[in-house]
Design a protein around this ligand. Sequence first.
Ligand code: ARG
Ligand code: ZN
Ligand code: CA
Length: 244
Amino acid sequence: VFHILYNTPEQNISDAEIESQLVAMNADFMGTNADASKIPSAFKSLMGKPGIQFCLAKRTPTGAPTNGIVHKSTTKTSFTANDAAKYSSQGGDDAWDTKKYFNIWICNLEGTLLGYGEFPSTTITKTYGYVGHWKYTGTINSQAPFNLGRTTTHEIGHCLNLRHIWGDANCGSDGVSDTPTQQTSNSKCPAYPNVTCSNGPNGDMFMNYMDYSDDACMNMFTVGQTTRMLATINNAPYNVLKTS
Ligand code: ARG
Ligand code: ZN
Ligand code: CA
């Protein structure tokens, strides 16, 4: 379910924009994104296909029909990463039961924050989900260079337990063996190869969704990242059918 929190008409992005976001993220999480053809040949065999699909909620928590997109006006002119967006009492919108729905809040985030995703935990929290900036949501009317819906792909990667590819440290580890160790985050569109941390000859996998490159320059999860995401989504507590 998408909760769109708006303080001005332009922040109230359309259902068509949300649907364009859904198409983009579903392609990325299926591994059917057309730009996978741009993956350097040395990394091609490492591309994972998570086979994860999202669909808009068809029923509200009380069973009423819905299109899965809530538009709610707020008096708050901007939000931060403090989770206010997730609470009606703080100018946001309460989550729909996080055990049954994946919640996405779209709002006006402050500063340079494109979005943030909550990591999974041993019990599902009431705040589990992703918060994204309205400007960078969807592939229509969204702002370059983050206009291909990949902030959502990146942040949902976090929600499914993926770390940044540089391990948030100098030549750090992301806990995934088939993503090369790299010095730090990349930005814009680096030239291939970008060798750091003795990771030659192929260098950084800056086209990975868990880096900070521009949307047009990221196009893959790896097999190892896929295993990690599926371990979360297919098991308790995130798989509602499994209790242990
Ligand atoms: N949390 C990151 C940020 O706010 C998101 C980076 C997403 N990158 C992208 N190319 N869309 O900077
Ligand atoms: Zn991140
Ligand atoms: Ca790695």
